[in-house]
Design a protein around this ligand. Sequence first.
Ligand code: 5CA
Ligand code: ZN
Length: 402
Amino acid sequence: MVLDTATRASVLLDGTDQALLYVCGITPYDATHLGHAATYLAFDLLDRAWRDSGRAVSYVQNVTDIDDPLFERAAATGEDWASLAERQTELFRTDMAALRMIPPDEYVGAVEAIPLIVGLIETLDERDMVYRLDDDLYFTATASAGFGTVSGLDPPAMVKLFAERGGDPDRPGKRNPLDCLLWTGADPGEPSWESPWGPGRPGWHVECTAIAQAHLGATVDVQGGGRDLIFPHHEMCAAQGRAVTGEPFARVYLHQGMVGLDGEKMSKSKGNLVLVSALRGGGTDPMAIRLALLAHHVRTDWDWTTGDLRDAEERLERWRLAARVGLGAAPDLAAPGAQRALTDVRAAMADHLDSPRALEVIDAWAAHAIAAQAAPGEAAGAAMVCDALLGVDLGVARRVAR
Ligand code: 5CA
Ligand code: ZN
């Protein structure tokens, strides 16, 4: 079960053999901070749980390689925006691999998705949900049936958040303050692309709607991201998606809590970042970073401290010590200790991706194994459970697999 943001209910994520996952990807500058990593970890756990239950997962992430902050950063440092985006996307992929996130089937950039985005705007236009203001195009968001059902916010709260998170509720000439940009006319000195409405570039929300629908279909099982994306981003994606197909955009909306530093949300724009690459560069074991993130529940907002890392390093050492006896042995998942670990970690993951509880399960196994000397097959089995369900490599399972 997971908690659906839209209905505020715990819902089962079972269903057909195929699971469709769309997670909002990075805007490629200053990647990858620990907040990003926490978000992608949450969906990696979901991906692993789905695969463990026998479902085939189709997983797509976008890369927002057209966006003001990216262009501004490139202009400030004198770097070409496209090479900045490419460099940061590559760094992100390397960080994700180091943290043992199963990669999505596709990373789709906004630039390469322009034809899809133009097509989607044309369909919205046929439905009479687009209007022009100067050189820009707007989506009549509030006219879309079901607008507001993802965030559950009332219009004044939406207007306030819209202004804080990149929207333009006060622009004169808009039909409704909450209408969102689909296309912006070209600004001199900024990158632009040809379209039926003249040169310009796409808005942010329409990027994710177009990519998700083209690559996964009308309705994904889960749209995911950090909690900061509930409004306006996921509300707008949902409204556009429904307007195009008449179907719900996502069955479930799942959000990761915000990771902060010193009491503030960790964000590129504030500059209060701890980067995965900086920790790795300083010699931190990526598995300790992963364990530090796993120690916090998906739904909890939390602040990163050096204590998080210290605790995770100690835990990793204990787990590796317990698993070491399994080195080279064939994993025996039927051994009682390994079987209990498998059953209990599965149960924790099925219960709202409760990773702190899963860590307690392995802690208990490790304490028992260290005190009572687990048999090699059991230790290799428990290590396999950590590897497969939690993505934590204890240096045993991989050697067995070779
Ligand atoms: N490109 C858009 C999504 S389409 C974007 O929000 N990019 S981002 O680089 O700002 O964030 C990437 C992902 O990390 C998003 O899902 C976002 O919700 C999540 N995220 C950003 N900051 C944090 C944070 N401090 N804690 C947890 N998750 C975060
Ligand atoms: Zn998105």
